[in-house]
Ligand binder design. Structure first.
Ligand code: 4NP
Length: 161
């Protein structure tokens, strides 16, 4: 679905307080860097709604801020209606991926679901690991993977090299 000339991307993880709001914030930053703001509508959501309304986890916000990313998203639970609202739904891990697949109303909607790690060009990864119960290095790894994958996704979509 494309309207108003914008391509709509939704990043999805479990709680929507660590990985997916970081993916959204990093993508906003990169899109701004390439003067492509008018091309995209970006958002994020979680398959679990227990943190709805919250800002991203303090550890994630702090690690992201140190790299220049301001994370201001408020957590929201993924809803089936989001399939109709977005062109691409980007899952952080296999659990998110299969949860989303099970909610897809149609085959066309299922095809919108992709894995974030598949867009990494420098790192070799199958998923973006949940940092919630990890130490500081878990958050650094998430940011490294997301920076790589966001650039790779923009290239895959044909906006940059
Ligand atoms: P996220 O991390 O899915 O990257 O936002 C998590 C946040 C919260 C929980 C699990 C993962 N939790 O169980 O509350």
């Amino acid at each position: 679905m494309e309207d108003n000339g914008t391509y709509k991307i939704l990043f999805v993880c479990l709680g929507n307080i660590c990985r997916s709001p970081a993916a959204e914030g990093i993508m906003r930053h990169i899109v701004r860097k390439y003067n492509l703001e008018h091309c995209f509508h970006l958002d994020s959501a979680g398959t679990y709604g227990g943190h709805a309304g919250e800002l991203p986890d303090r550890r994630m916000r702090s690690a992201a801020a140190a790299r220049g990313y301001l994370l201001e998203h408020r957590a929201q639970r993924f809803k089936e209606s989001m399939f109709a609202q977005f062109d691409l739904i980007v899952a952080m891990d296999d659990s998110n991926y299969y949860d989303l697949q099970s909610m897809a109303p149609s085959l066309d909607d299922e095809k919108k679901i992709v894995r974030m790690a598949d867009y990494c060009r420098h790192y070799t990864a199958t998923h973006v690991p949940d940092p919630y119960y990890e130490g500081a290095e878990g958050f650094q790894l998430v940011l490294n993977l997301l920076e790589d994958a966001c650039e790779g996704l923009l290239a895959e979509l044909g906006y940059v090299k």
